[in-house]
Design a protein around this ligand. Structure first.
Ligand code: SAM
Ligand code: SF4
Length: 326
């Protein structure tokens, strides 16, 4: 079948699927007051997930990332993984997690079929980590990462939101960590959302500054692969690990957009900062609805904008990234 394509000619091999909007952390940039409002009990069922992914796989989606909220709060998380792994056409199944109980659970996730893990670690300092996330769990999360390596995962990505006055002095700590450790640390620029304007204005830190420092120190930018994410990747011959920079405020950031998002309630989000989603759930109720579902997905893609308007302070309907699956 014809692969999905939008009016700008962008293709979509990559789907980010939120399996819950519930989270147990309260990251100061995402859910500073904790998760007050959520729809955990109404999230897509395994059958709905199977129908959704089957449809997307039939039109060229090859990679799925499970996210949230905190995806691992789903009791049936490993069953979701096993279900998606059996769908023809899906070549890679990744997840993004805050690392909660990862030290105990990661072997289950890998045995179920997870191929790649992104773990959010915004600071390597236990005190700063606790201030950011509300949890004194840095040690547990780092040991979860090690367990994943021990269980055969070849590489792990670590997401760190760069924040002025909070962790912008930790570049050296992260570089020291990856000198002999094959982790890809991805520094992400803090993004403005509906609920964090004041925080954003105080703590936004430009990824360009990190880029300059890396280049000064001999880091080299890698060539971007077809199914790569939005990160600019850098490597250095003295380091086992690599660095990625995700700079949504940079010019042309959206040109290579190759992903679509589904919220935990089954809404198609054409952009992280869309005004609203397109409901697909009514077409996930039986296996016989695939054609109708695909027609709605194709129609919706015509509405995908050239880019977000974050640089103009436009955050669409997104109050917190946890709502739409980061
Ligand atoms: N709970 C999981 C986690 O934290 O990894 C998955 C969901 S979380 C919304 C996905 C990613 O979005 C995390 O790496 C988080 O740091 C990032 N994120 C959340 N809010 C953000 C913001 N305002 N700006 C930049 N990144 C953000
Ligand atoms: Fe939860 Fe992830 Fe948001 Fe932190 S970034 S509050 S772990 S959803």
């Amino acid at each position: 079948m014809q692969p999905l394509q939008d009016l700008q000619g962008r293709k979509f091999p990559y789907l980010r699927l939120s399996v819950t909007d519930l989270c147990n952390f309260r990251c100061n940039y995402c859910l500073p007051d904790g998760c007050l409002d959520h729809h955990h009990s109404e999230a897509l069922t395994i059958d709905e997930v199977r129908r959704l992914v089957t449809a997307f796989a039939s039109v060229g989606v090859e990679k799925i990332r499970l996210t949230g909220g905190e995806p691992t709060l789903r009791q049936d998380f490993s069953d979701i993984v096993r279900t998606i792994k059996q769908i023809p056409g899906i070549k890679k199944l990744a997840m993004t997690t805050n690392g909660y109980k990862m030290d105990q659970r990661v072997t289950d996730w890998l045995d179920a079929g997870i191929d790649a893990i992104n773990v959010s670690v915004d600071s390597l300092d236990p005190r700063a980590f606790e201030l950011i996330t509300g949890h004194n769990r840095l040690r547990e999360i780092l040991s979860g990462i090690q367990n994943a390596f021990d269980h055969g995962l070849p590489s792990i990505k670590v997401n760190a939101v760069a924040m002025k006055g909070i962790n912008d002095d930790e570049l050296d700590a992260f570089l020291d960590w990856i000198r002999d450790y094959p982790v890809s640390v991805r520094f992400m620029e803090l993004m403005q959302t509906g609920n964090n304007l004041e925080f954003f204005q105080k703590h936004h830190f430009s990824g360009k500054k990190i880029q300059e420092l890396l280049l000064e120190r001999g880091w080299v930018r890698k060539v971007r692969l077809y199914d790569a994410g939005p990160a600019q990747e850098y490597c250095h011959s003295n380091y086992e690990g690599t660095i990625g920079l995700i700079m949504p405020y940079s010019k042309d950031f959206c040109n290579d957009c190759n992903r679509l998002r589904i919220t935990s309630l089954g809404q198609l989000q054409l952009c992280l900062f869309a005004e609203s989603g397109i409901d697909l759930r009514d077409l996930l109720q039986s296996d016989g609805q695939q054609e109708e579902l695909l027609a709605r997905i194709r129609d919706s893609l015509r509405l995908k904008e050239d880019g977000h308007f974050l640089d103009q302070g436009w955050t669409g309907g997104t109050q917190s990234i946890s709502q739409v699956g980061g």
